[in-house]
Design a protein around this ligand. Structure first.
Ligand code: NAD
Length: 432
């Protein structure tokens, strides 16, 4: 193993990228710079050891031959233990998480960041992302961050500022907006962005599914523990399902619009069926219309209701034709008005793996990826949708960007968080 410390290693990996264009210089181990970069072990730490975090850690361990998992953090010890057990089974040689490197509690993320890791994987519920993301950038760590980036506009602004800081520090930021790493979507949306369907007039996108899982209340749990273990249903933790899940469809809409932001949005939403106490304070359906400069419109429908028709799709209508994504069917198609059709038939990939393959390759090359700007805009697009649905008002992008409403604070006062957030009522709930 290379005895260099983390900062020196990173500088070295960075310089390896600069030299990768063919200049072969001998490094400290007698290897040329690029080979030295690969030989250098990258230590990763996982914050949020649930389903997605465990998956992301496994993908990170497969992305590069010389990566080890050395630290894990969670608020619940049972989640950490389960994840560690599964990861150790999958990667017996690459999981090296001593007892002293297993951190539990609300400050576990900070201890992990200080534990000597090079890359941090952030996979908690989104409420905690701004604080965790800022701390990782401050400490000079490369980051994989699950989507969404925050649950409110102040949180998005913090992640955006920290992403810009990461760029200055030459740190990688790769997001879990996974469709951006899917080869079929890259090919299809690349055609749209190249103008093959003409000028985009409208985008209809959906995320209509059943409700997320719930965990039955246990007598020994406090109210806070109940909500934290059922986080998708509490908007101070998840942002509501438009932000936490349907944001994937909105991210595809943002992508085909070239990440141009809308002028304003109007919408509706409510809670008709998923009304039980286990469904917290979230809506079970949303319908949002986004208006773009030049007249293009984006229409979004999402619902979390059982026994209804389901759909996870994007339909882009242009002056010369359509681009159509059906996630359930796995189809990626373009149909032009002149009768030409095109279907993606090339190589398919595991987009979750590609996220990490590209993240680690960019670190090795010293050309770190930075998804910061668009990942924050896509998150805000969803938060703006929630704002218009909760309040019943039309809201501009500028108002959404500068909104003051905070759903969660760093110094978590659980009593306020748990009580101060009633179900929104359009026309009565205020925008601020
Ligand atoms: N890109 C995708 O396709 C995709 C898929 C699933 C989930 N996600 C995202 O990944 C994130 C996690 O989702 P999940 O399905 O893994 O949820 P999960 O409940 O399985 O895991 C979340 C974990 O974070 C832990 N946690 C909660 N608060 C914490 C804190 N303050 N500090 C440390 N740990 C904390 C929980 O105890 C839990 O173990 C969410 O943002 C979700 O939107 C993305």
């Amino acid at each position: 193993m290379n005895p260099l410390n983390a900062t020196t290693r990173r500088d070295f990996i960075k310089s390896a990228g600069t030299l990768a264009t063919g200049v072969a210089l001998a490094g400290p181990l007698g290897l040329n710079a690029e080979a030295q970069g690969r030989a250098d072990t990258l230590k990763i730490g996982l914050v949020g050891c649930g389903g997605r975090g465990t998956g992301a850690a496994s993908q990170a361990l497969k992305a590069d031959p010389n990566v080890v998992l050395t630290a894990m953090a969670d608020i619940f010890p049972d989640h950490l233990a389960e994840s560690l057990k599964n990861l150790s089974k999958m990667h017996p040689d690459k999981v090296k998480v001593d007892k002293a490197q297993q951190f539990v509690g609300m400050d576990a993320y900070q201890k992990l960041i200080e534990s000597g890791v090079d890359v941090v994987l952030l996979a908690t519920p989104p409420a905690f992302r701004p604080a965790h993301f800022e701390a990782a950038v401050k400490a000079g760590k490369h980051i994989f961050t699950e989507k969404p980036m925050a649950v409110d506009a102040p949180g998005v602004r913090r992640v955006l500022a920290a992403s810009r800081e990461a760029k200055k520090k030459n740190l990688a930021v790769v997001s879990g907006f996974c469709w951006r790493y899917d080869l079929p979507k890259r090919a299809l949306f690349g055609k749209v962005l190249a103008g093959e369907i003409g000028q985009v007039l409208s985008i209809y996108n959906t995320y209509n599914t059943g409700p997320a899982w719930t965990k039955p209340r246990q007598s020994q749990w406090t109210e806070a523990e109940f909500q934290l273990r059922n986080w998708p249903h509490f908007n101070w933790l998840s942002g509501d399902h438009l932000i936490e899940q349907a944001v994937h469809s909105l991210d595809m809409m943002a992508w085909v619009m070239g990440d141009k932001t809308p002028l304003r949005a109007t919408g509706t939403g409510g809670r008709q069926v998923s009304t039980g106490q286990e469904f917290g304070n979230c809506f079970d359906h949303f319908a949002i219309a986004y208006e773009y400069e030049g007249g293009a419109k984006g229409f979004h429908l999402s619902r979390k209701q059982q026994n209804c028709s389901s759909s996870y799709a994007v339909e882009v209508n242009g002056t010369k034709g359509q681009a159509l994504v059906d996630v359930w069917k796995g189809s990626n198609r373009m149909i032009l008005h002149d009768g030409t059709t095109w279907d993606y038939k090339d190589k398919k990939n595991d987009m979750y793996q590609t996220e990490h393959d590209e993240l680690f390759a960019s670190i090795r090359k010293g050309q770190p990826l930075n998804d910061g700007e668009w990942m924050c805009n896509s998150t805000l697009l969803a938060i703006m949708g929630r704002m218009v649905a909760y309040t019943g008002q039309t809201i501009t992008w500028d108002e959404a960007v500068n909104a003051k409403e905070t759903l969660v604070t760093d110094n978590l006062d659980l009593v306020t968080a748990l009580k101060g957030n009633p179900l929104a009522q359009p026309g009565l709930t205020k925008f601020f």
